[in-house]
Ligand binder design. Structure first.
Ligand code: GN1
Ligand code: MG
Length: 360
């Protein structure tokens, strides 16, 4: 706590720190809740930014500032109340920067969002509101004047992720290749089809828009009545295909099992969640979506478990250098669970297409 306390002292916080405790289950950054004595202040979130992964902290924090200040302005224009719970508030450091570098680590602080919860699983009603919220998030950012950079270049570029996997396979750094050959064959069988968004982008028929790019269900804050307050974890907000946000939410929320479920019988695609989320998303995003975007929502639902499979498996083959793991085979278990989810989604394609058509 002493070092953390020292770190906090470099930011323009108010009040006297009471406690600093670990927060959340993210696989990339380390987060802490900073509570303040008395009850005038909701407290803060302190985060150590993983700068092996986010290599341009200046750009990262500039993106987040652009996005949060733009959303805040829109909320103010709409006369919304309780704005500090509906958008993230960055706390500047004493030198006015939105991060602090201690010579080794980069840190940032935001206002804690009080009386809000995140969920690892959601029911259909929550998924519907989440769909509306992500559609709104994209719609709100449609006319942002600032040009956002890619905080992780090629983050959701499927061709690039496959290239990384193939490089990992060629190097076989951890000697794990023989264990995963059948998964690699399954990946390669689907590779051409899964890269179609990149091809359409080059042909000029599929646009990039500002997306969140990490719409895991636990990156959304709900209030006490199950209403969505805001979207958190804005590190990856950048130009991408809308498939990113639609697909990654379903990957996590519509999985009956866990992302890293060891029991593959648990892992199945939940059509009730799919329907509720899709209905909400189309209601708020339909006005700006192109036909090619709408028609390919089922593809998006398959693309994200596929991409996550490729990323987890590459990390496993590389010897676990990217994602935090809890046990040695964790990335392999994650990979298998993503593959099972992908298979379950593939079986449901016709049903998904029929539902989307019925919504229109
Ligand atoms: C990471 O930070 P977190 O845990 O919400 C990852 C996502 C993956 C996800 C898999 C910057 O998200 O892209 O989908 O893990 N974020 C980054 O759980 O790589
Ligand atoms: Mg997260």
């Amino acid at each position: 706590m002493n070092n953390l306390l020292e770190t906090v002292s470099h930011f323009k916080t108010k009040g006297i720190v009471d406690q600093i405790l670990p927060l959340g289950t993210g696989l990339i950054n380390d987060s802490y809740k900073v509570t303040i004595k008395g009850d005038n202040c909701p407290g803060y979130v302190l985060q150590r930014i993983n700068h092996a992964i986010f290599q341009n902290i200046e750009l990262l924090q500039k993106n987040i500032y652009s996005v949060t200040s733009f959303i805040r302005k829109k909320l103010e224009q709409n006369n919304e109340t309780d704005i500090d719970r509906k958008v993230i508030t960055l706390i500047p450091a004493k030198d006015e920067k939105f991060y602090f570098f201690d010579g080794e680590n980069y840190w940032r602080m935001t206002l804690f969002i009080s009386n809000a919860t995140t969920h690892e699983t959601v029911n259909a009603a929550y998924s519907y509101t989440a769909g509306v919220a992500f559609g709104n998030f994209q719609a709100m950012l449609a006319d942002i004047p600032d040009k956002l950079g890619e905080t992780i270049p090629d983050f959701h570029n499927m061709e690039f992720r496959l290239k990384q996997l193939r490089e990992a396979v060629a190097q076989n750094a951890a000697g794990r290749l023989s264990k995963v050959q059948s998964l690699i064959d399954e990946i390669e069988k689907r590779a051409y089809e899964m890269c179609k968004a990149e091809r359409w982008y080059r042909e000029g028929i599929l646009p990039k828009r500002i997306c969140h790019c990490d719409t895991k269900v636990n990156n959304m804050m709900f209030d006490e009545n199950g209403k969505v307050l805001c979207v958190i974890d804005l590190d990856t907000v950048m130009p991408s295909f809308i498939f990113s946000d639609y697909g990654d939410f379903l990957r996590t929320a519509a999985n009956n099992g866990d992302e890293d479920d060891k029991n593959l019988d648990n892992v199945n695609f939940n059509m009730e969640i799919f329907k509720a989320f899709t209905k909400g998303y189309l209601e708020s995003a339909r006005s700006f979506l192109l036909p090619i975007e709408i028609e390919n929502l089922p593809y998006a639902a398959a693309l994200f478990p596929y991409m996550q499979l490729v990323r987890f498996l590459a990390d496993y083959i590389n010897g676990d250098t990217y994602y935090k793991i809890q046990y040695p085979e964790h990335n392999l278990v994650r990979s298998r669970a993503q593959f099972k989810l992908l298979q379950s989604i593939e079986e449901k394609f016709p049903e998904m297409e029929a539902f989307i058509n019925a919504c229109l």
